[in-house]
Design a protein around this ligand. Structure first.
Ligand code: UTP
Length: 463
């Protein structure tokens, strides 16, 4: 240990990070070994460069931004039907899998426990993980083939996530078909570039962003597991969207037919001011740019049809081919690090914990778009596919998601001839929930018409 310690000390001192060994003399052997491992894994040069970049007041924006051509779901029913057949065959052949990124910290929602355990449905308050599990069960029954489900966690929520599934008996899925793995982490820095200690023997680290999934899928063995199972296509979605159309065969079908390596769904932006990342061509390459990086003129630009020219709001639903993830990892790749300034609890030299201004680093999965040989963008209706739960109140909150879910169920019931009273803004007057295992589409609801009430006069659960 002494030799390793000496080398590390020299490295740390020359990077002005010697303070991380400040508690060394008080540590027992186990804590010393843990700290050595922790610090030895840090790329000090990379952190130095990242810190230097964080000091740039005015990062250079993209030189050119153009709209990324997209297909629109529902615009060509024949093409959609052909794509659906391809996507359904993938499910029948066991070639599609589900992949949930659930490693985030969910700070805005402030829920105790992993975000996937949050009660998400309007009547029964089913946790997000259960919502996804039931949608997967429906696919398994329909295509007589289990859909492997990969769940990415992070060190802070991994054990709780696994125990939640175990406590709930995997919500009816076979545990052999649900795989958990952890993403990587990145150390955080103080505003002046110093590593932060979380305790006397550990650096403060946070998950390395959803972009970390592309490495973690490979390094965890998930991709190898996919190969063994014959999985070729990955349906990527976030843990907070209960409206996700699970393994959407139309989307997966187009992705496959067109030979895309990385496909994305978009929803039309509600208004130029909506603060959402948009899928565009940046300097000729596909990517996502933040609302704030779009000049006013472009933000408000419209097509002749009146639609916003830059309207492809990113909802973080992607189809990613397994071969693409393999190619990236085998060839070596890096995604750009994004910087987030946050308050961080830091161990002080006197042993106290104080909240300091810190810098966290994250990668974003959509930054891999330009690395794909072929991409595909498909616009889908927001109302039926996207109702995320991000904040406690206001936009993208449980309340807005419950309303969107109830509205989708109301639409299905009305199409089947059930009377659903609505408020002037179109929202159903009562909360409605339909269990996916009862019916998971407009057509299925219509087929079960005789089991439905004639009208919805109170909050209603249909299961
Ligand atoms: P968000 O950016 O909404 O972050 O993540 P979050 O952690 O859920 O919530 P806040 O920002 O702290 O309030 C979008 C999706 O990406 C996953 C999240 O779990 C969520 O499904 N994610 C995010 C990861 O899996 N790992 C990360 O490091 C970050």
């Amino acid at each position: 240990m002494t030799a390793t310690l000496d080398i590390l000390r020299i490295r740390l001192d020359s990077a002005e990070q010697g303070h991380v060994l400040g508690f060394w003399d008080r540590l027992d052997d186990e804590a010393r070994a843990a700290l050595l491992d922790d610090v030895a894994s840090v790329d000090l040069e990379q952190l130095k460069a990242l810190h230097r970049r964080s000091l740039d007041q005015e990062p250079t924006g993209p030189a050119s931004v153009e709209a990324l051509p997209q297909i629109t779901k529902g615009a060509d029913s024949q093409a959609d039907a052909d794509a659906r057949r391809v996507g359904e065959q993938l499910l029948r052949d066991g070639k599609s899998c589900a992949f949930t990124v659930a490693g985030g910290q969910g700070t805005r929602l402030g829920h105790e426990g992993p975000k996937g355990t949050f009660p998400a449905t309007p009547i029964q308050g089913k946790p997000l993980f259960q919502v996804f599990a039931e949608k997967l069960l429906v696919l398994e029954r329909r295509f007589l083939q289990p859909v492997p489900w990969y769940v990415m966690t992070s060190p802070g929520n991994h054990d709780d996530t696994q125990s939640f599934f175990a406590q709930h008996d995997y919500f009816g899925l076979k545990s052999d078909h649900v795989m958990f793995f952890q993403q990587g982490t990145m150390p955080a820095l103080t505003a002046d570039g110093r590593l932060i200690l979380e305790s006397e023997h550990a650096l403060f680290r946070s998950p390395d962003g959803h972009g970390g999934s592309l490495r973690a899928l490979f390094e965890s063995g998930a991709v190898a597991d996919m190969e063994t199972r014959g999985v070729e296509e990955i349906y990527y979605f976030q843990v907070d969207n209960p409206l996700v159309e699970m393994c959407d065969p139309v989307f997966m079908g187009y992705h496959r037919q067109r030979g895309s390596e990385f496909s994305s769904k978009s929803v039309p932006k509600r208004a130029p001011e909506e603060k959402v990342g948009i899928l565009v061509l940046v300097d000729g390459k596909p990517g996502v740019i933040e609302y704030s990086d779009l000049a006013d003129g472009l933000r408000n630009a419209r097509e002749d049809s009146g639609l916003l020219r830059f309207r492809a709001g990113n909802i973080a639903v992607h189809a990613i081919s397994r071969a693409f993830v393999e190619r990236l990892n085998e060839g070596g790749f890096g995604l750009p690090m994004h910087i987030a300034r946050k308050k961080i609890p830091a161990k002080q030299p006197d042993g106290a914990i104080a909240s300091v201004d810190g810098i966290k680093f994250e990668t974003f999965v959509f930054d891999a778009l330009p690395l794909a040989r072929k991409v595909l963008l498909m616009e889908v209706p927001r109302a039926t596919e996207f109702a995320p739960i991000k904040n406690r109140d206001g936009s993208d909150s449980p309340e807005t998601s419950w309303r969107a879910q109830s509205t989708q169920f109301a639409d299905w019931l009305e199409a089947a001839g059930v009377v659903v009273p609505r408020d002037p803004d179109g929202s159903p007057q009562h909360r409605i929930e339909i269990c996916p295992l009862f019916a998971d589409s407009r057509q299925e609801v219509a087929q079960r018409r005789t089991e439905l009430p004639d009208s919805i006069d109170a909050d209603t659960m249909i299961a």
